[in-house]
Design a protein around this ligand. Sequence first.
Ligand code: NAD
Length: 252
Amino acid sequence: MTDRIALISGASRGLGRAMALHLAGSRAGIIGTYRTGAAEADALKHEIEAKGGKAAMIPLDVTDTSGFPRFTEAVAATLRDTFSRQQFDYLVNNAGIGVRANFAETTEAQFDALVATHLRGPVFLTQRLLPLIKDGGRILNVSSGFVRFTLPGYSVYAAMKAATEVLTRFMAVELGERRIRVNAIAPGAIATDFAGGAVRDNEAVHAFVAQGIALGRVGLPDDIGGAVAAILSDDMGWANGTCFDISGGQML
Ligand code: NAD
């Protein structure tokens, strides 16, 4: 039995996957998107179903705005066919890429990829999906601890995430008339494939990051999945237009 329905971009692995599992554990139906990881998306769908939940996976490239009308139709069809619904409750704009490049060496191609993935994609995808989001629903954008603290190599990436946080506030103001709450989370460093998996796989990076976190270890996908399920719960319904730092106390 599913109460709410969450659409999560980039759900096939990393943070999106953990969000899907935690939300499914809170009885939400899941519509996940994947770009290349069809097999991983399928495995996630089966894992959710094995625990009694309901899930559907739809391909999406957030940099390809021309595909958004087709994607939106696929979401509407999935809502109808899988969930017997016309709208969903939670949109999580999670899909993202980590491009490590010092400011002086950042190329236009890297800049364009970051803008397309982190800013243009979420703006026009959300715009397109608005009619399918229930009045009183929620949008959660994924920012980054790099908006608050600084390390070399992430200037343009962090600038995109800063834009995400500003956008979050303006979206909250404009969507308030539909009682749609719009918030963001800013995860600290989490051990995923992100930026080539450096935090997870590179011992020196892992140790450096861990010593900068008050709780003494790097974050894990479940740390974020649990937080997202909590933030999207009804008890957090008065939170709006804000950004939650979920970093274990990184670089305080
Ligand atoms: P990840 O690399 O494990 O997963 C990224 C997901 O985004 C994948 O499912 C991937 O397919 C999807 N994706 C990437 N480009 C896409 C595109 N063009 N179209 C559609 N999907 C696309 O990384 P993650 O750590 O799970 O990152 C998830 C989000 O969290 C990103 O927005 C990232 O910026 C943010 N974030 C991550 C960390 C971290 O340390 N891992 C920290 C702060 C914020």
